[in-house]
Write a protein that binds this ligand. Structure first.
Ligand code: CMP
Length: 141
């Protein structure tokens, strides 16, 4: 695996549903086989304040209270991945938000039947990647 100055980073969360279903290895394996590099990886259980910070743009939305309950319900695995165009590459690999609509071959399309319990979160832009990595892994900044 090569690195270059054009490599980006993205924050990925393997959510509590994936951990409780025993899918961490399956999901990490897909990222590794794609050729992405794991720069950081840690199991954490979120408290409500941290969930609010991570999902700052969603806290006022009607789906947020059950999302917050779900995201704080048990351990998750946070990763920083890097590679060429990693933000877009990972978004393509995980599929659209709703697992029922995500394309076959994507993580959500193959493994999720839910709009909320959709196994994975990934940064959606360079700005959100920068913000999320600073929040989760300040030591990488
Ligand atoms: P994620 O990529 O982590 O970003 C926001 C999360 O909110 C999303 O994945 C889903 O888990 C959840 N979410 C987004 N839209 C809805 C919705 N309409 N109903 C329930 N959960 C949602």
């Amino acid at each position: 695996m090569s690195t270059s100055s054009s490599d980006e980073r993205t924050l990925v969360l393997i959510k509590p549903d994936a951990v409780s279903r025993g899918l961490v290895g399956e999901i990490v394996s897909r990222f590794e086989r794609k050729g992405l590099r794991i720069d950081a990886m840690q199991t954490r259980t979120l408290d409500g304040d941290f969930a609010d910070q991570h999902y700052a743009e969603h806290v006022d939305k009607p789906f947020y209270p059950p999302l917050k309950a779900f995201m704080t319900s048990g351990p998750l695995v946070a990763l920083v991945l890097s590679g060429d165009q990693v933000i877009d590459v990972v978004r393509t690999m995980i599929g659209v938000t709703d697992g029922r609509k995500a394309a076959a071959g994507t993580i959500r399309g193959d493994l999720s039947l839910s709009n909320r319990e959709n196994l994975v979160h990934a940064s959606d832009s360079p700005d959100s990647s920068k913000r999320e990595i600073a929040l989760w892994f300040p030591e990488l900044g």
